[in-house]
Design a protein around this ligand. Sequence first.
Ligand SMILES: Cc1cc2nc3c(=O)[nH]c(=O)nc-3n(C[C@H](O)[C@H](O)[C@H](O)COP(=O)(O)OP(=O)(O)OC[C@H]3O[C@@H](n4cnc5c(N)ncnc54)[C@H](O)[C@@H]3O)c2cc1C
Ligand SMILES: Cc1cc2nc3c(=O)[nH]c(=O)nc-3n(C[C@H](O)[C@H](O)[C@H](O)COP(=O)(O)O)c2cc1C
Length: 781
Amino acid sequence: MKIVCIGGGPAGLYFALLMKQLDPRHDITVVERNKPYDTFGWGVVFSDATMDNMRQWDPPTAAEIQQAFNHWDDIELKFKGRILRSGGHGFVGIGRKKLLNILQARCEQLGVKLQFETEVDSDADFPDADLIIASDGINSKVRSKYAPIFKPDIVTRPNRYIWLGTHRLYDAFTFTFEKTEHGWFQAHIYKFDADTTTYIVETPEHVWKAHGLDKAGMDESIAFCEKLFAEDLQGHKLMTNARHLRGSAWLNFQRVTCEQWSHFNGRAHVVLMGDAVHTAHFAIGSGTKLAIEDAIELTRQFKGLGDTPEQIPEVLQRYQALRRVDVLRLQNAAWNAMEWFEAVGERYADQLPPEQFMYSMLTRSQRISHENLRLRDKAWLKGFERWFAERAGLQLPAHVPAPPPMFTPYTVRAVTLKNRVVVSPMAQYSCVDGLPGDFHFVHLGARALGGAGMVVAEMTCPSPDARITPGCPGLWNEAQRDAWKRIVEVVHRQSDAKIALQLGHAGPKGSTNAPWDASGADHPLPAGNWPLIAASALPYLDDGAVPRAMTRADMDRVRDDFVRSTRYAAEAGFDWLELHCAHGYLLSSFISPLTNRRSDDYGGSLAHRLRYPLEVFAAVREAWPKHLPLSVRISAHDWVDGGITPDDAVQIARAFKDVGADMIDCSSGQVSALQKPTYGRMYQTPFADRIRNEAGIATIAVGAISEADHVNSIIAAGRADLCAVARPHLANPAWTLTEAAKIGYTPMPWPKQYLAGKSQMETLFAREKAQQVVPMYREPA
Ligand SMILES: Cc1cc2nc3c(=O)[nH]c(=O)nc-3n(C[C@H](O)[C@H](O)[C@H](O)COP(=O)(O)OP(=O)(O)OC[C@H]3O[C@@H](n4cnc5c(N)ncnc54)[C@H](O)[C@@H]3O)c2cc1C
Ligand SMILES: Cc1cc2nc3c(=O)[nH]c(=O)nc-3n(C[C@H](O)[C@H](O)[C@H](O)COP(=O)(O)O)c2cc1C
């Protein structure tokens, strides 16, 4: 085959040498605009895993790289005068020049033609090629030429960064944070050869501008960074090797993805590779890894299907299908890490103590979990767990190991939860006349025995017309109060769990079927409907019942109903109350602009839309005993254009905080039938994280939190204070006890009647674990 690689970066060179090695008869040329030793940048990092991959595919190259690279294990954080360090992270650093030279030499050795100082204008320059690799980097001309086919999506991110070098040597991947009068700067620092270190300085656009760096040239920018990081640099200079850059020396990261990766141009197949087709932010240092792995995958496909021109279409199809998934996974992790660095100043650096800041930084990509950190550096995690437990109020003798964060207590007002797990409220549609009965007694009782710190009873309604379905519970009369009291008392008598009540009014989503009824959830009852009220006269479903827009008299009545229920809840003995302002129900219908179209004082701006929910909250707070907590559940994202966004959610949380809310329970969606949520593990946790760290109020994270490792990671990183777990508790009332056993946390207290099951379960899980080969993600944190 005749193969041309446009661009002699890691992607083009590595693919060329792998294919030549596969069959020396291939005629392969790499065309590069620069001279052989002329390149930008300093060192690149990749992980031990990438090195293993390279060792399999071309041992001589891997051996050369191995000799040239710097390997190190530790990550060091310099923050607020402290230095924190953790190990086991396994990086490889190599100079970009050195890497390219190794690849170039190997290409020459195998007979790949290298053509330097040649600017390629177009793939049409190679009419007799069978295959053209567009490995021409982030600003790929080939990608631009075929933009309507490749459909690139290029997102320019707000932070500014400058890629510098220094001769100050570091023995760990180092992150340094410095605060100026205008905001935070951070440096990502890694040594990559015997006498040079990469030094990337990054800051938000507004901070960069406030310092006048938008008008600064390269020398002024370097001088600024040297002064800012003087203490860290210990008298060493910063250097650039990017004087060729036009415009500002400070760049914005561009995230590139493409819908289509290859195209037949009439003569040859053209395929994108490396940065030309996808980029990953340097926050997890994986751009070179992706380029190398693209080259490996394309070669693997040729090896498997046959390296002949006839096979090219199928090879390219499979290459794209397989790589797309891996690349997306890595891009997602890189995106999380990038966002962490974009928000780090005000959201984390200003809020979190250094120990927790370090934990948050190490888990920023959300690929590295608590147990993963334990595998990397057991001693460091042990120290962190002790620090966390002591901050949570535990006083432990030195010989007693600290519990994982999930099993530390949490106190709000006069209520202390024994751990951080909450059974999330879940409607059971099983009441008659709003009375919780034997089902609820057993259901909530079983979950109280199951190890969670608190059980939240399902949405309970302050009046008959506030119910979602005829099966929903109520708290508008004494009979209901007494039925709840019976349940609360059994929870208190038989367990050390707390029990909360969630109070909510269904508003526009009332008078519907139970989910298991013929026409399904959210659809109107076939008979026996009641009139609905809402912020505005808008139905939830297009064919649903149309509510009446509330009058002020309605508002008074509903507020007073909430207050009556609050008093009954206190009399029933609940430990905690939650006001349901989420999911499109009555109070939520005021908050979202999608459901509130009022033109009076209760509609319009967010502040006005919040007026009525805040009025109800204040009345409830007044009626609820002072020593007991009151939380609010909100939909932090409507997942619909024009609806509530996470930015709004921070404002909403602040407003509730100002009127005395203790916690925000951060759910999302169900406000509009048009919603398009992005589901995934812990998918709503970013809302809890933002609200906690930007609005400065405690939060409950909820949504696809399904293992102890999730809870530990969330709580430890300060992304939330409690984790609510819903569906897993339907299948397993003892979810918390099970998860404790799974992670080997044997001091977990169990109900004495169940102790025989404890040791058996622990033994079985320990045996299972011993037989497992634990896959450990070795990519940079
Ligand atoms: C600040 C920063 C830090 C980074 N840190 C890391 C890191 O730690 N680890 C990591 O893995 N990655 C890192 N990267 C990313 C990494 O540099 C790229 O992802 C990687 O180089 C991609 O390889 P590539 O071969 O696809 O593209 P490139 O390395 O960009 O190579 C493309 C080549 O094509 C040539 N070319 C372009 N157009 C033409 C043309 N028309 N004619 C001829 N030649 C052409 C260019 O001169 C260049 O040599 C970092 C990037 C930045 C910006
Ligand atoms: C059957 C069921 C009923 C629910 N009822 C309520 C409810 O009454 N109030 C509420 O705020 N959320 C309710 N939810 C949402 C859950 O509390 C939780 O936010 C959601 O299920 C996501 O958590 P999970 O992924 O752990 O299930 C319900 C969820 C389920 C599955």
